[in-house]
Design a protein around this ligand. Sequence first.
Ligand code: PNS
Length: 172
Amino acid sequence: MSKRVAICPGSFDCITLGHLDIITRAAAMFDEIIVVAMNNQQKTYTFTPEERVSMIKKATTGIKNVQVDLYDGLLAEYAAKKGASAIIKGLRAMSDFEYEFQMALTNKKLNPEVETLFLTTSAENMYLSSSMVKQIASMGGDVSDFVPSVILDDILKKLSPEKKQKHLNNGG
Ligand code: PNS
């Protein structure tokens, strides 16, 4: 029987414990999961594509059927290229739903072979988002309850107030 492959796409700017929860649960349902950092044209990113991928790799090393990739193109095309049968997305609240529903229908139109599956987020991650993590870190707050511990240093290196201060002092 051929391998059942699913894609977990996202911006992952930066990966949070909410993302990791969805990836871990998806990995239990499929033979192979490809976590792919993509571009959402409605967002500007804090971390470079390579930094986003590196943080996902660090966060997912413990899950053996997970691969990590970077792709700058259409998700529907990428899913076809990888022979994936599903796209997995996490849903936090009703506010996520309309946008995700629109993307799922569009992707189905572009690639009828692939289904979008929604996993409900765990209750403790309902409120969690990458932008909230970045805001807290940049104001010197503790984000250790929100992100995998292996990427804490990467976040602080980029966003801690001291780091920003150094940039200002250097005129950068
Ligand atoms: O984490 P995000 O920002 O909600 O992820 C959104 C993402 C990156 C999965 C979405 O913007 C996407 O699929 N981008 C790739 C380009 C594409 O296929 N666009 C059409 C989607 S309907």
